[in-house]
Design a protein around this ligand. Structure first.
Ligand SMILES: CC(C)(COP(=O)(O)OP(=O)(O)OC[C@H]1O[C@@H](n2cnc3c(N)ncnc32)[C@H](O)[C@@H]1OP(=O)(O)O)[C@@H](O)C(=O)NCCC(=O)NCCS
Length: 179
């Protein structure tokens, strides 16, 4: 296994594909999750997004993984009380200890059988840690389909931008450069 990474459990040939990491959480949104306008508070949607990304990352990493960051998340349309929110996530990219998880939130309207509405999308960086909170290696991710390759490629671009931004800010504070 390259870079001394462990092989994944429950996969084929010791590697895991992004598609095989997919998890969906579904929840009927209720009145306690509403904002002053009566629609669902964005923070409750973000919580489901983070929960789902966490499940995906923990399963892939075969142990605990923490959220290191979430990219900009745009809310495209309000979710209403009674709507069924479906949050789906999968690993897009994996490095030594970090992973990018792609998440898409869609809603089934409670009062019609119209097609699902795209509510929001987000990318999260999750990092596998041990019991002491130290980073640890994750298994290898094997991209097979054209779609998986596209997501992997685009995740690498986002990662370069995230690290460049972090390093530039550190440098501007006189804290030194790249980690
Ligand atoms: C996330 C955390 C473990 C990273 O620790 P660290 O000492 O900065 O670790 P490193 O600098 O070695 O980075 C670890 C990995 O994360 C990546 N990483 C760190 N910061 C990043 C950022 N801003 N964007 C993208 N990737 C980042 C590194 O590139 C590295 O990836 P790799 O191992 O795949 O090459 C640490 O900052 C932490 O514990 N944060 C708190 C997490 C938390 O409490 N979350 C909320 C509850 S789940």
């Amino acid at each position: 296994m390259p870079d001394g990474r462990a092989g994944a459990v429950g996969d084929h040939g010791g590697v895991t594909t992004p598609t095989s990491t997919q998890v969906t959480l579904s929840h009927v949104m209720n009145a306690t999750e509403a904002n002053l306008l009566g629609t669902i508070h964005g923070g409750n949607i973000m919580k489901m997004v983070d929960d789902c990304a966490g499940v995906v990352a923990n399963r892939f990493a075969q142990g605990p993984a923490v959220t290191a960051g979430m990219d900009e998340m745009t809310f495209l349309t309000p979710v209403r009380v009674g709507d069924v929110l479906h949050v789906s996530a999968q690993i897009n990219w994996a490095g030594r200890s970090s992973m990018e998880v792609g998440v898409r939130a869609e809603a089934d309207r409670w009062d019609s059988v119209a097609p699902r509405v795209h509510v929001a999308s987000a990318y999260l960086v999750m990092v596998a840690v041990d019991a002491d909170g130290q980073t640890r290696p994750v298994p290898e991710l094997s991209v097979e389909t054209e779609e998986e390759r596209r997501r992997f490629r685009e995740a690498q671009i986002r990662r370069r931008h995230r690290l460049a931004r972090r390093d530039e800010i550190r440098t501007s504070r006189g804290e030194g450069g790249a980690a």
